[in-house]
Structures are given as structure tokens and as C-alpha cells.
Design a binder for this molecule. Structure first.
Ligand SMILES: [Zn+2]
Length: 90
């Protein structure tokens, strides 16, 4: 319920909140994409596989309650079986 309410506040339908942490007066919101796979950005094919998470992106979001808000997004590596392109979740 709490995460769902925060999802409504962020108004980002493509991600799901997994955890919220308060670090030194800043909010760190850990998110995951709602979809398991993403179409290839090169050929727009759907024959794509996940190849793990390389690192975590830290994106500054709009401030809330006078504090900085950061989104921590996994950089999910993907590969297209159709054209051979490798890319990270957009
Ligand atoms: Zn492709």
C-alpha cells in the first residue's frame, strides 16, 4: 500500500517501487521496470533476452518535502536475437 501510494506520487507508470531509504536527509527510491522485456531500439523486434544487471543508475528526481529524491534504477543489459544489438533498459 505504501509503495503503491508513492508510485502514484511519482506518476511513473513504467516502474515499480521496491524500497525507499532515507540517507542523510535524502530519499533513495529503488525501482524496477514493470515489464520484464523491452523491444529492441534498433529493429523494434520482440525476440530479446535479458543478460543481467551491470550496475545501478542514480537519477535525481524532483525534490519532495525540501529534500532531494533519487531514483535508483537497475541498468538491465539486453540482447536482441533478431539483429544482434546489445542495449541497456531505456
Ligand atoms: Zn534488434
Amino acid at each position: 500500500m505504501h509503495a503503491h501510494f508513492t508510485s502514484l506520487l511519482l506518476n511513473l507508470k513504467e516502474i515499480t517501487i521496491t524500497n525507499i531509504v532515507n540517507v542523510q536527509d535524502d530519499f533513495y527510491i529503488y525501482v524496477q521496470p514493470t515489464d520484464y522485456l523491452q523491444v529492441c531500439p534498433q529493429c523494434e523486434g520482440r525476440n530479446v533476452i535479458r543478460k543481467g544487471t551491470a550496475y545501478e543508475r542514480k537519477v535525481r528526481h524532483l525534490p519532495a518535502f525540501g529534500r532531494c529524491v533519487y531514483l535508483l534504477l537497475p541498468a538491465i543489459r539486453m540482447s536482441c536475437n533478431q539483429c544482434g544489438a546489445s542495449f541497456v533498459w531505456q
